[in-house]
Ligand binder design. Structure first.
Ligand SMILES: NC(=O)c1ccc[n+]([C@@H]2O[C@H](COP(=O)([O-])OP(=O)(O)OC[C@H]3O[C@@H](n4cnc5c(N)ncnc54)[C@H](OP(=O)(O)O)[C@@H]3O)[C@@H](O)[C@H]2O)c1
Length: 351
């Protein structure tokens, strides 16, 4: 398969670095363009980037010059698609311009997520939503988003429960500092502290979860009907969002049935054996004190940060309680976006 030429917008940031890492030896895509802000443009990637994801940036990008995040500059290069890890306010117009110029855009930013024709795609959960791109007005180009980082973990905890009927969901998040970006949270604010506020996060979790778990009817998404009540806190953890989830289910259930539903959950990326798909999208931890960010998100394990870890599954009357853990910058961001592009490629949406 010929490799498609990819640009990474915002390649120097927390998510951009994960894109660079994941695409460094990718069978479908090669990185040919990296962009940043005026702070970085014109510098070689290795000098512009405060690299934090592994020991050193991969060799294929170290000497690439960081380009200005400007549509004309980007289009001067021969690119087949872009991955976007720009701040939302910057992403809005540039993603729009690139899609209008015929470029497929796979975005992490929230800028276009709430548009009716823009899928919030998680191919294990809502593969049919990819087809929404055919109703976009961009001609050859289009925009596909992935969800906000907390939502991307939560929907894995909820999708296998839909056969039991979900009445309502209460979720409390303990979110890592990397979720706020490289310079998002000051060390003096977070060390030894917990901040019970993350701007707009609770609304995003509720809306995005209902859309992702919604049905497609007459070419439009009808959001899932249950309430999602979210409370979000920032905690002094580097990577990994832990979430306490309480779900009221319509049907009788046992803890064993729920664990079986989690363990047996699998989707199209697994059936298609996509390069970034983990073999098991959900891993149920047996230990009573897991999952934990420092113990359960190592990139050395086979799932490469793409599996969602679930533990402490309990029943209290008609409510199911559990914790889940998602790597915010991988399954919650860059890994999710690369998986979306892989899925689009095998489905013939990008060629
Ligand atoms: N962090 C996460 O876990 C996570 C998860 C899901 C979604 N997201 C979303 O992904 C996006 C990126 O987040 P991040 O955490 O990677 O942020 P970040 O670490 O702050 O990185 C931001 C990137 O955007 C570039 N940038 C900033 N201002 C710019 C401007 N005015 N013009 C052009 N480029 C500009 C930066 O370039 P310079 O370094 O050159 O300044 C950097 O490459 C955001 O939309 C965020 O909401 C993040």
């Amino acid at each position: 398969m010929k490799k498609l030429r990819a640009g990474i917008l915002g390649a120097t940031g927390v998510v951009g670095q994960q894109f660079v890492r994941i695409l460094s030896n990718h069978p479908f895509f090669e990185t040919v363009v990296v962009t940043g802000s005026a702070r970085s443009s014109g510098k070689p990637y290795k000098d512009a980037t405060d690299w934090i994801v592994t020991n050193n940036p991969p060799e294929n990008v170290t000497d690439l010059d960081v380009l200005d995040t400007n549509t004309k500059v980007i289009l001067r290069n021969d690119i087949d698609l872009v991955f976007s890890s720009l701040p939302s306010d910057v992403a809005y117009s540039i993603e729009d311009e690139l899609a209008s110029a015929g470029v497929p855009v796979f975005s992490n930013a929230g800028a276009h997520r709430m548009k009716e024709s823009v899928p919030i795609l998680i191919p294990e959960i809502n593969p049919s939503h990819l087809n929404l791109v055919s109703s976009q007005q961009y001609g050859e180009g289009f925009i596909v988003t992935n969800s906000n980082c907390s939502t991307s973990g939560l929907v894995f905890g909820l999708k296998p429960l839909m056969d039991f009927g979900i009445n309502d969901v209460i979720v409390t998040t303990y979110q890592a500092v990397s979720g706020a970006g490289r310079n998002g949270v000051g060390s003096m604010d977070i060390l030894g502290n917990v901040i019970p506020y993350i701007s707009n996060e609770e609304t995003k979790i509720a809306q995005e979860t209902q859309i992702i778990l919604g049905c497609k009817e007459n070419g439009k998404i009808v959001p899932a009907p249950f309430d999602v009540n979210a409370s979000c806190a920032r905690v002094p953890v580097l990577n990994g969002h832990l979430e306490s989830v309480v779900v009221q289910l319509e049907r009788e259930f046992s803890v064993d049935q729920i664990i079986e539903a989690f363990n047996s959950f699998s989707g199209e990326p697994q059936a298609l054996d996509l390069p970034t798909a983990p073999s098991n999208p959900i891993i149920v931890c047996q230990e009573p004190d897991r999952p934990q960010p420092t113990r359960d998100l190592s990139l050395q394990v086979g799932d490469l940060g793409m599996a969602v870890k679930i533990g402490r599954v309990r029943k209290q009357k008609d409510r199911l309680n559990f914790f889940l853990l998602v790597h915010n910058a991988i399954r919650g961001a860059a890994g999710a976006s690369v998986l979306n592009a892989e899925f689009a490629r095998v489905k013939g949406v990008i060629e």
